[in-house]
Design a protein around this ligand. Structure first.
Ligand SMILES: [Zn+2]
Ligand SMILES: [Zn+2]
Length: 263
């Protein structure tokens, strides 16, 4: 007879549930996440429309919370008027974070000046509202850290962390949360696995970034929050703890980061 292990209760701290990739089966995606033990989801806005959609989803589904913001790819949209609208949206039930904002030098879809400006505006909004800021950072480590420090950002979630173990330690020393996504399961993930052990559990978060970045063995397919278990298992293995222990610790970190209190 097989022992029935308690289902791990994980929190997916970053996904895009409003994405059109989920248009045909969005509620099934959430149901599969719950069945897989992923009991909390933060759906993250990438623009005004996507932020509105995130707020609607958080209002409709009890396991879903929302972040509102303009992605660095769309940085020129983050003018004062848009930021004021985001501030109003942030007062909606279920909104627990600002973002995603940050810098993306890997694609450079928006001019860097516009990205810096939008990033500063999001930091100020997060400070004004005392909400955590979900930070997107691709190949912009130095500038991201400098702007966060200069603007006095306090509650910070470094989403889909891709920096070095030393950078992760610096983030933790500043009180930031470090979130790991599917790439920690990839064959060449040696440095990310070091990050996974360098970050104390009270600052460590897990995410899927679905529909993007599927963990092994789902590469090349649509990602979904149920797959978070694979990322969690890899991190638990490298830390030498059980999946249940990692789930409990990272979910507590997620709830602390997002100001949700105890479940
Ligand atoms: Zn991102
Ligand atoms: Zn994202």
């Amino acid at each position: 007879m097989n022992a029935v292990s308690p289902r791990p209760w994980l929190f997916d701290t970053h996904l895009h549930l409003d994405d059109e990739a989920f248009d045909l089966d969005r509620d099934d995606v959430v149901a599969r996440a719950l069945a897989a033990g992923v009991g909390g989801l933060l759906t993250v806005g990438t623009g005004l429309e996507s932020s509105r959609a995130a707020v609607m989803l958080a209002g409709r589904l009890p396991q879903v919370w929302a972040a509102v913001g303009i992605h660095p790819h769309a940085a020129p949209e983050a003018i004062a008027e848009t930021m004021a609208t985001l501030g109003d949206l942030a007062a909606s039930p279920g909104v627990v974070a600002i973002g995603e904002s940050g810098l993306d030098y890997a694609r450079d879809y928006a001019p860097r000046e516009a990205q810096h400006d939008a990033f500063r505006r999001h930091i100020r909004l997060s400070l004004d509202l005392d909400l955590p800021l979900v930070v997107h950072n691709r190949e912009a480590h130095g500038d991201v850290l400098e702007i966060l420090a200069r603007e006095g950002a306090r509650r910070v979630i470094m989403h889909c962390f891709s920096g070095s173990p030393d950078m992760a330690r610096l983030c933790v020393a500043r009180g930031y949360y470090v979130s790991l996504a599917g790439p920690v399961t990839y064959r060449n993930a040696r440095r990310l696995l070091e990050v996974a052990t360098a970050v104390s559990l009270d600052r460590l978060l897990l995410e899927t970034d679905a529909p993007y970045l599927p963990p092994e063995p789902f590469r090349g397919r649509r990602n979904e929050p149920a797959h978070l278990v694979h990322t969690a298992r890899r991190v638990a293995d490298v830390r030498g703890i059980t999946l249940e222990e990692l789930a409990a610790a990272t979910t507590a970190s997620a709830r602390a980061a997002l100001g949700l209190g105890r479940p």
